[in-house]
Design a protein around this ligand. Structure first.
Ligand code: ZN
Length: 261
């Protein structure tokens, strides 16, 4: 349900999420298809830059919590992490499932050895934020909006907890505490978004930006990405994400004990 195409130039791979009927909610199938598309773009030496987009009208409404797929994690999909125990009762099954499909998967995409650009229009909610944040650059159309309302469901925030890094601690707290929806302009002001462009120009602008990067020396770009990511890791981002993931699962466990869901 995601589409990998060459875009207008062989040097740019464009991956488009394509479940418009579900506002591009990410189910298991889409997550593993996305991973496969990223892998194919990574292995193709002609591809210099990867663009991630969502079919209209919305980039992504987040994780599909009503995933109706019959395929099973750990059986029907090649896992990317080092976790087993999918389907186990209690906190166990949920913890390893989210380790695999949310934490390890997002970390993998964030560290892909090619530059990635998210082109975001319409709504970008919770798990949608994780996808955009995993990319190196974010271009938003002026109609894009961002929110992570999972505190209202009794959880600290979405699994890939980089809110303080993306927004600064004070605004991260406001986003989480209020569950408000923020405009592309506000996200840009906070440094979370690289550029805001008119809706009609989103694709053209993103491809032009990708083209500019694609013309640069491949190895230097690869190492520049690694240098920035590792700088952030040395500042503690990986450990910060991991500790928040534990608290995220404390929330899941609490909700299960208290409300049975
Ligand atoms: Zn969760």
């Amino acid at each position: 349900e995601s589409i990998l195409d060459q875009g207008p130039a062989a040097s740019i791979a464009r991956i488009t999420m394509n479940r418009p009927e579900a506002r591009n909610a990410q189910n298991l199938q889409m997550i593993y298809e996305l991973n496969e598309a990223f892998d194919r773009a990574l292995q193709d030496d002609a591809v210099k830059v990867i663009v991630l987009a969502g079919s209209d009208p919305h980039f992504s409404s987040g994780h599909d919590l009503r995933d109706a797929g019959t395929k099973k994690l750990g059986q029907d999909y090649p896992t990317v992490g080092h976790w087993g125990g999918f389907g186990q009762p209690g906190a166990h099954g949920r913890y390893v499932r989210e380790q695999e499909i949310y934490l390890q998967m997002t970390r993998r995409w964030r560290n892909l050895a090619k530059p990635t650009i998210a082109a975001v229009q319409g709504k970008c909610i919770s798990g949608g934020l994780m996808l955009a944040w995993a990319c190196d650059l974010i271009v938003a159309s002026d109609d894009a909006s961002f929110c992570d309302p999972v505190v209202t469901m009794g959880v600290i925030g979405v699994e890939w907890f980089v809110h303080p890094w993306e927004l600064g601690p004070r605004k991260a707290k406001e986003l989480l505490f209020t569950a408000d929806t923020w405009t592309a302009e506000e996200a840009h002001r906070l440094g979370m978004v690289n550029h805001v462009v008119p809706r009609a120009e989103l694709e053209k602008f993103t491809l032009a930006l990708a083209g500019k990067i694609a013309a640069k020396p491949v190895f230097a770009i690869k190492l520049a990405k690694q240098a920035v990511n590792q700088s952030v890791d040395i500042m503690g981002q990986q450990s910060a994400i991991d500790q928040a993931f534990g608290l995220h699962h404390l929330c899941h466990a609490h909700n299960m004990q208290e409300f049975g869901m």
